[in-house]
Design a protein around this ligand. Sequence first.
Ligand code: RIB
Length: 291
Amino acid sequence: MKVLNFGSLNYDHVYEMDHFTEPKETQSSLSYGRNYGGKGLNQSIALAKAGMPVYHAGRVGSDGQDFIDYLNRYGVHTDYLMKDDSQATGHAIIEVCKGQNRIILHGGANQAIDEQQIDDVLEHFGNEDVLLIQNEISSMTYLINRAFEKGMKIVFNTAPMDEKVFSYPLDKISIFIVNEIEGAGLARLETRDLDEIIKGLRAVYPNKEIVMTAGEEGSYYMHKDILIHQDAYQVEVVDTTAAGDTFTGFFLASMMKDGDVAAALDLASRAASITVQGKGAAQSIPDISQL
Ligand code: RIB
């Protein structure tokens, strides 16, 4: 069984701020750094650091060799990562303030993924394999349909949640991974009340496995009449960037090893609690030996 993560790769430009910049305000940052990120890349790193072999498919610009080297350093297979000289590598502008972040994305090469590339990659995978996706690349509907036709199990982290998600063939997804905001969006609810979100998700997707993270409120697994809650580990938060990506990678890796949901939620929560104590995205994801 192989894991294919078809996902984004971004240069993250990270600015530490005194406060989030207001409209009409010009504000100097307290510090600046350029790191490797993208929800796709972060989740591949998390899977690899959790001990799960992973193939990362995606697209970067002419400056993308750095991403290939970075992923290879952690043992991620990059045979299906394409360099496209006509595109700029995706990037994100991230303001970090008192542990929270605000992210502006420019998709670049992530949004140039086309049907041909998807066909070329999926040729190497079959019905024993798992496809992990996020919502930062193009041609999502085609990707989901083709992977489903091949009998792959599809795990969808709906971040960043937007209206496009509802145009995808969601009936073909096996596991949704969301945070509470994305969970409310997926259930088409305005509320921030966790009980209502859980009730809404279970009503709209009664046969899907759903994993929802909720920050300090911990995380939840829902499937049919099963509801499992995992407390969050309380730690000092420095930067939440990639906490959800860490959770996704460790949860999936653990589930694929033995299918024990409670153990997977616990492992993923512990991993994410370490990620939030460090600055940056991929660089703050722990190795399983640290847990
Ligand atoms: O989840 C964090 C990631 O979101 C960042 O690395 C950024 O690139 C955006 O994709």
